[in-house]
Design a protein around this ligand. Structure first.
Ligand code: GRF
Length: 201
């Protein structure tokens, strides 16, 4: 797999920052070819700009359909030679057309131990449910939301005096640790899928 990353953000971009920092520190041998945001004001755009990375706003509100938006993003990524797409707080569902354009080459980070608590506000869902352990998951993206093969997970204990926010902060620290590591493993290429099991040598 080629080592050009395309990172998709919608907001804060702290996972994007973790990827930028891992590359800068030599822990991840990759280059970010493009950062795309569907929101014009996303903080992730500033982070990319500061790191000298090309950015692009593709505002979903100016497209007639999800597919039209997705195909524009796919075209821009392909034009920059992107081999691996990293969703980093990207708040849009991907259409099958997008997923097909990057088969087994899209990663997402999710703030819970999937398959528990998919969807929005996973940290709050876990806290409210009363689980004693939650965590973070990096997975390959398929057509089903938050359901693709799992590359890496990290467990985070839920403490009695946690709020949803304090739990989210500890989970986020684990996201920042495992996302660049999962990208490294996927780029290395020494992995295979057995059913939905991601196995690396
Ligand atoms: C993270 O918690 C990530 O797991 C979820 O959205 C959040 C994005 O945060 N998908 P950031 O934009 O990377 O700071």
């Amino acid at each position: 797999m080629n080592r050009v990353l395309g990172v998709l953000v919608s907001g804060r971009g702290s996972n994007l920052q973790a990827i930028i920092d891992a590359i800068g520190a030599g822990r991840l041998d990759a280059r970010i070819g493009l950062v795309v945001s569907n929101r014009p004001g996303a903080q992730g755009l500033e982070r990319a700009g500061r790191a000298g990375i090309e950015t692009l706003v593709v505002d979903h509100r100016s497209f007639p359909s999800r597919e039209a938006f997705d195909l524009t993003v796919v075209r821009e990524l392909k034009q920059r030679g992107v081999g691996l797409v990293c969703l980093a707080g990207f708040m849009r569902l991907l259409s099958p057309a997008f997923v097909q354009a990057f088969p087994n080459a899209i990663l997402n980070v999710h703030p819970a131990l999937l398959p528990a608590f998919p969807g929005l506000e996973a940290q709050h869902q876990a806290w409210e449910h009363g689980v004693k352990i939650s965590g973070a998951t990096v997975h390959l993206v398929t057509n089903e939301l938050d359901a693709g093969p799992i590359v890496l997970q990290a467990a985070v204990p839920v403490l009695d005096d946690d709020t949803a926010e304090s739990l989210a902060a500890r989970i986020l620290a684990e996201e920042h640790r495992i996302y660049p590591e999962a990208i490294r493993i996927v780029l290395e290429g020494r992995w295979r899928l057995e059913g939905r099991r991601f196995l690396s040598r």
